[in-house]
Design a protein around this ligand. Sequence first.
Ligand code: SF4
Length: 320
Amino acid sequence: MDTYHQLSSHWKKKFGTRVQKIPLDAGFHCPNRDGTLSRKGCVFCNPAGSGTGLYSSGMSLKEQYHYWRTKFLSRQPSSLFAAYLQSYSNSYGPASRINNILRELDSLPDLRVLCIGTRPDCLDLQKISIMARFPTKETWLEMGLQSSNTETLKRINRGHTAEDFDHACRLAHSQGLKVCAHVIAGLPGEELEDFLQTIEFVNRLPVQGIKLHNMYVCKNTTLARWWYEGEYIPLLREEYVQWATAALSSLRADIVVHRLTGDPTGDELLAPEWSRSKTTTINMIRENMQSRGLKQGSSYQPDPVGFFARPLSTFNTWQE
Ligand code: SF4
């Protein structure tokens, strides 16, 4: 293992070549935006930045896949691909819709991995079973957790609880899906200790992947207003490097790290400016870990009552 267990290395080892993610927009929405839970969304959510916009321009999922595949193959001819249903909450709505969408993706050329981004409260056993039957070598359920702290989840208007994540994660694992948890460093009101508690929460669950990034402020969000009013101050890059180092060294070594930085699109970013240069930040985290003799998992303390201790039957029936 490198300093940390990178997704690109995981796929290279498994498939023998580079696997490139293709972002897909299936036109899903979000219960935290359409009025079911709220119309405000999470405080950091920029509705314009949550999708590629290709669905609203009339492109089918197959057309989107072929569009990106052609682009990527011209740069890297021997790539395989991961279809990433990225925009909004891709399991929101009836199970039949998810079934139809996945049928569209079946048998696409060079497709080896499916990644489905969603919220933990938009899942049930039927939906998860449909996803688990999809015939790729790997299927990842990418679920937003952001924080395991109840007060933080309320403060950022997530509209779900850490328990929702726990239930959905165990259910997905029981059906053979790989779970990737999305967490954010520097959420409003959180200190390093809160962030590390979220990492511990993830460690105790049957999670196989994680995405970390620093909190950045986008235009047209509640967080932007807080930032303008001086109520929210983003982490400095040096602070994030220390937080990410602490998180990685306390993270279980088997968890695949899908991302260490955010990806603000176009001109949506207000602050911090350093979020634009991902490579610099990743290099700084790696150098910081190396100079301190740290690796992913080097300070991980196994939980004596880990997720294996809990019988499957206690979560298998959730939301059936
Ligand atoms: S769950 Fe995702 S899409 Fe929905 S409001 Fe929050 S960040 Fe936006």
